[in-house]
Ligand binder design. Structure first.
Ligand SMILES: C[S@@+](CC[C@H](N)C(=O)[O-])C[C@H]1O[C@@H](n2cnc3c(N)ncnc32)[C@H](O)[C@@H]1O
Ligand SMILES: [Zn+2]
Length: 361
């Protein structure tokens, strides 16, 4: 058994139990989020614990006082139990599935972490059974080929959405996942408030706060809707609503646009919370700090324009992206985004973006 240090935890890793050191940055971000959310004396469920690294770090670093960890795999269960003891974290560690646990648990949790292999879809319903007003759900998806549309039929089957495998697909996948959570939460009379939404490396991760109430639930289901995407000039449009009908003719080039969704079209983050996370990130590693800064500076509006797609549509050679950012920045809000390189989030429409790209030669 190898001994690993991560954050304030020291754990034993081995025996085939899953541990990916590259996900340390994402665990840092989850801790920063719970710290910024000022969860006090919280009761947390790490529903897919593996080594127990998350549950242990939340207890040591994020002020969680009541930790429950589950794993369906018996080697993982034993490993998480031993690691909790090693770190003097008093945790209730159980070798059972989330589904079994949700049927027998007596009380709801303040925060629930879902980090399964592949799709979290089969676990969301049971996490909601263990939730209450104010619960923070933290959900990882590694079925990114499905959510990004490389496996389109799986996305329709699992998430009830039609994806497009295009330059928008990482942000689109995050929005499809959020809409899936909102639709499930609606059954329990919960609305969702996204606190932070990420697509990075091979995963997506969303953090949402649940708000109990029929009005909240109806409003958040109504924040879903459809996107229309133009594969000729890379324009997009969107409309919220359960039976939304966005225009399907591109207002830039006149081509017929493709339907994309349904997906969440509301905010992807709580700006105040993410700025607090950035302020707290100084003690973390460079990778974590840089990533949180980017998340903090990003405009929270649906989608972006790809500069390479725009130059190829305009039949131009490549141009420096900063020139386009500066030109647009004189009249519009503009930011980069963690979702994609060489793209621009902006309040400008495609006409202004194409004009700025054309001038940046
Ligand atoms: C990707 S690993 C978790 C990694 C861990 N959260 C970390 O940060 O290192 C997924 C774990 O979830 C467990 N698992 C899968 N389905 C489960 C279920 N329905 N209930 C509880 N645990 C489950 C697996 O046995 C596996 O150990
Ligand atoms: Zn078009």
């Amino acid at each position: 058994m190898e001994r690993i240090r991560e954050g304030a935890a020291s754990i034993g890793v081995g025996g085939g139990v899953f541990y990916n050191p590259k996900m340390g940055k994402l665990r840092d971000i989850s801790i920063l989020l719970l710290r910024a959310a000022k969860i006090r004396k919280a009761k947390l469920l790490d529903a897919t614990a593996a080594t127990g690294i998350r549950g242990i770090r939340y207890a040591l670093e994020a002020g969680v006082v009541d930790t429950t960890m589950l794993d369906i795999n018996s080697a993982a269960y034993r490993n998480a139990k031993a690691n909790a003891r090693l770190n003097r974290v008093k945790a209730n560690v159980l070798g059972k599935s989330l589904q079994d646990f949700a049927g027998s648990a007596q009380r709801a949790f303040d925060a629930i972490d879902l980090d399964p292999f592949g799709s979290p879809a089969p676990l969301v319903y049971d996490a909601l059974r263990l939730s209450k007003d104010g619960t923070i759900l933290m959900v990882t998806a590694t079925d990114t080929a499905t959510l990004c549309g490389a496996e389109g039929s799986a996305c329709q089957r699992i998430y009830g959405a039609k994806p497009i495998h295009n330059e928008l697909c990482h942000e689109g996948g995050v929005r499809i996942l959020l809409n899936f959570i909102a639709r499930n939460a609606g059954q329990f009379n919960f609305g969702i408030e996204p606190l932070l939404s990420i697509a990075d490396m091979h995963y997506m991760r969303v953090f949402v706060r649940l708000h109990r109430g029929a009005r909240e639930a109806t409003a958040s289901v109504g924040s879903g809707g459809f996107v229309a995407y133009c594969s000729r000039c890379h324009n997009f449009a969107y409309k919220k609503g359960v039976v939304a009908q966005p225009d399907t003719t591109c207002n830039n080039c006149g081509a017929r646009m493709q339907a994309y969704g349904p997906m969440w079209l509301g905010a992807l983050k709580d700006a105040k919370l993410v700025s607090e996370m950035a302020a707290l990130s100084s003690k973390y590693g460079e990778g974590t700090k840089r990533f949180v800064t980017l998340l903090n500076e990003e405009l929270d509006i649906p989608f972006f324009y790809s500069v390479p797609k725009a130059t190829s549509y305009l039949k131009m050679g490549s141009i420096p992206i900063d020139k386009v950012v500066n030109a647009l920045g004189k009249r519009h809000s503009v930011s980069r985004t963690h979702f994609e390189k060489d793209v621009i989030k902006t309040t400008a429409g495609i006409g202004d973006v194409l004009a700025a790209v054309a001038k940046a030669k």
